[in-house]
Design a binder for this molecule. Structure first.
Ligand code: NDP
Length: 317
């Protein structure tokens, strides 16, 4: 029998290619957890994922209610769960005013962090229940979470502060984790720091007792994905060229998906609490390595605060 992997945001980019790469391995059935099922079905067909190796299921990570509904729907399939990949994300660099989730929380942090935080917590018992010897939970990171790295130096830098915004309830007009003024690029970076903190806290809290492998990765700069759809058209045109010829960071969508599949399935990636990278500058045949995460993302006190406050905001506290 095949193992089951859930991939959020599998309707485009890295997630779609990760779904394809895992389906092609033959031992995986992929649950493509997407907000637009028509688009997801077209995407799956367009890259040739074999029809009997995936199932589409609805999730809107920008709505906590939808995340809970997804978990119920997944359980109703009766499948066991061997791997969960938290991949979906939004990046809205040009908006001037924040958008809000149905619960009233800023939408970038809700989609990228709070929705996945709730999903991870709700799905842990499902991963635990599976009799498989190798179970993994993988959360996508990014170099821009880390100002210590070249790709993370461009302002605005992420800053979770002391979680003043979360502590104050994170409701309009509060829309940043540190309670300060709205900055959409920073909201994205903050959410990705929370993704790495969530992976590390999951590891600290649950790796030893459950044996589940928790990890993150930076798949490389995948400059062609729809992540940049909300940027200026000129940026969308020049960014891939810049990454390809100037920084050397460019990675194809296929390769980024293959990297996710490796972290989900290959024996050498069965190491918990790890953040994998292939570096900022891509070289042919480059091997992955364990990358040190940013000062904020390796701060255990911040991890605990993030956990407790996020749990309250998503209704687990
Ligand atoms: P894409 O925009 O191509 O894919 C994002 C996916 O998330 C899409 O399937 C999108 O669905 C889905 N999504 C967005 N909002 C929601 C929601 N509310 N509910 C459910 N699904 C949603 O981006 P990438 O493939 O580039 O990004 C994937 C991951 O990789 C992200 O976590 C990103 O941070 C990370 N990453 C990307 C890098 C890059 O250079 N591109 C570099 C480093 C990390 P829909 O198709 O309906 O829009």
């Amino acid at each position: 029998r095949k193992s089951t992997v859930i991939i959020t945001g599998a309707s485009s980019g890295v997630g779609l290619q990760a779904a394809k790469a895992l389906a092609n391995r033959g031992q995986w059935h992929v649950i493509m957890a997407c907000r637009d099922l028509v688009k997801a079905e077209k995407a799956a067909q367009s890259v040739g994922i074999p029809a009997n190796s995936y199932t589409l299921m609805h999730i809107d990570l920008g709505s906590l209610e939808s995340v809970r509904q997804f978990v119920n729907n997944f359980r109703a399939t009766g499948r066991s769960l061997e791997a969960l990949v938290c991949n979906a994300a939004i990046y809205m660099p040009l908006i001037k005013e924040p958008l809000f989730s149905p619960e009233g929380y800023e939408l970038t942090v809700t989609t990228n962090h709070l929705g996945h935080f709730l999903l991870c917590n709700l799905m842990l018992p499902d991963l635990q229940k599976s009799p498989a010897a190798d179970k993994r939970l993988v959360i996508l990171g990014t170099v821009t979470h880390n100002p210590d790295e070249l790709g993370g130096k461009i302002p605005p830098r992420p800053d979770l502060g002391k979680f003043e915004g979360f502590a104050a309830g994170f409701q309009n007009p509060i829309c940043m984790i540190n309670g300060k003024q709205f900055e959409p690029v920073k909201a994205y970076k903050d959410s990705k720091v929370c993704n790495v903190l969530t992976m590390r806290e999951l590891h600290n809290r649950y790796h030893e007792s459950t044996g589940i492998t928790f990890s993150s990765l930076y798949p490389g700069c995948v400059a062609t994905t729809a992540l940049f759809r909300n940027h200026y058209p000129l940026f969308q045109k020049l960014f891939p060229i810049f990454q390809k010829y100037i920084t050397g960071g460019f990675v194809t969508e296929e390769l980024s998906g293959e990297r996710v599949a490796m972290v989900v399935a290959d024996p050498e990636y069965k190491q918990s609490g790890i953040y994998w990278s292939w570096g900022n500058r891509q070289k042919e045949g480059r091997e992955s390595f364990v990358q040190k995460v940013s000062p904020q993302a390796r701060d255990d006190e911040k991890g605990k605060m993030m956990w407790e406050l996020s749990a309250q905001l998503v209704g687990l506290g």
